[in-house]
Design a protein around this ligand. Structure first.
Ligand code: PBG
Length: 350
């Protein structure tokens, strides 16, 4: 109290008050050059992966209301987008098809149609922008009426694990045939990474990599994505209950169990998702494995920054950059983010 008073007096008086300090960490923050020398974490465009939504036809793109700045693209527009992303230095895209509701069924069989939308998209991109790394999601949610990631047993109210895995493995082979560099199982079924690796190898796709959504939490932050791929409209809600397969948001050790299994089953890259609310998990996983680690800054994380910025409550660019840097600092090597393009463009401007 007295000391506080003294300090206030000194501040208003002649600034003569001196603490006897050995350590003054602020010395390294004094100038931009010093701050740059002491900088610990970098964010590069080559760390970023742009998720893209695909629709059929050759019409216009469709804006996604809950994801300002993001649209669903037809294949010709998608190719153009990939060209521009490659020119901006973004190395990879992750593809998500939005199907017409008429193609959705209980068992999601359109996923195994060799001419299905996402496979045509992969082929066209690999033809026209061959240097672009193409990652394709393996899960049934864009293809099922109920919006779940696998075959759904209505009576048990749960997914049928092993039969779903069998379909995912077939999807993986189709994606590899179409030219995908990575297949990315996002379904959280048990044993899928091993089954996918085996199916790929059996079909001589030993060069196709697996990016495993290893620690994927049952999150409400996926809401805007479910609008984007239409699983919300077919299921009637974006608050689908996926808690019987996605992780409990309170569980840290269980995330490490999943990660260890995926690593053992042959995953090439592991993933934590969402990213921002799960930075501690990213760090734990980074410390637990030597494999490259991806983190997915999901649709809801994107939407909340966009919404606050639209209201004038947050600075869009600075919150965007800070959120991405935090994910890197936590230990992610690659980040899937809807901000990838905008971030790369902002570097071009400076
Ligand atoms: C589903 C899938 C989801 C996302 C990627 N793949 C949503 C879900 O689990 O329902 C979410 C991505 C995002 O929110 O940006 N297989």
């Amino acid at each position: 109290m007295i000391r506080g008073l003294v300090m206030v007096l000194c501040m208003t008086a002649d600034f003569d008050f001196r603490l006897d300090l050995t350590h003054r960490p602020r010395r390294l923050r004094r100038t931009a050059a010093l701050r740059a020398m002491a900088n610990e974490t970098d964010l590069h465009v080559h760390n970023l992966i742009q998720p893209l939504f695909v629709i059929d036809g050759d019409g216009a793109s469709e804006a996604i209301e809950s994801m300002p700045g993001i649209s669903r693209l037809t294949i010709p527009l998608l190719v153009q987008e990939c060209r521009e992303l490659a020119d901006l230095g973004i190395p990879a895209v992750a593809l998500f098809p939005k199907l017409d509701n008429s193609l959705k069924t209980d068992n999601g069989r359109e996923a195994l149609n060799p001419e299905t939308l996402v496979l045509r998209a992969i082929r066209t991109i690999k033809n026209e922008v061959p240097e672009m790394v193409v990652i394709t999601d393996l899960a049934l949610d864009p293809y099922t009426v109920h919006g779940h990631d696998g075959l759904f047993d209505v009576q048990a109210g749960d997914l049928i694990n092993d039969a779903t895995v069998e379909i995912l493995a077939e999807m993986a082979v189709l994606a590899a045939e179409a030219g995908a560099d990575f297949v990315a199982p996002s379904d959280m079924m048990d044993g899928r990474v091993g089954a996918i690796r085996e199916a790929l190898d059996k079909n001589h796709f030993e060069k196709t990599s697996i990016m495993a959504y290893s620690a994927k939490f049952a999150s409400a932050f996926y809401g805007p994505f479910r609008d984007a791929v239409g699983s919300a409209s077919s299921a009637g809600t974006h608050l689908l209950d996926k808690r019987s397969y996605q992780l409990n948001p309170g569980n840290r050790r269980e995330a490490l169990v999943e990660v260890a299994l995926d690593e053992g089953e042959g995953a090439d890259v592991l993933m934590v998702k969402p990213a921002g609310p799960y930075l501690d998990i990213i760090r734990e996983v980074r410390d637990a494995t030597e494999l490259p680690l991806a983190a997915y800054q999901v649709s809801g994380e994107y939407a909340q920054i966009q919404a606050a910025a639209q209201n004038g409550w947050l600075d869009l660019e600075r919150c965007r950059d800070e959120s991405l840097l935090a994910i890197r600092r936590a230990g992610a090597n690659m980040i899937l983010t809807y901000f990838a393009r905008a971030y790369a463009e902002s570097l071009r401007r400076t």
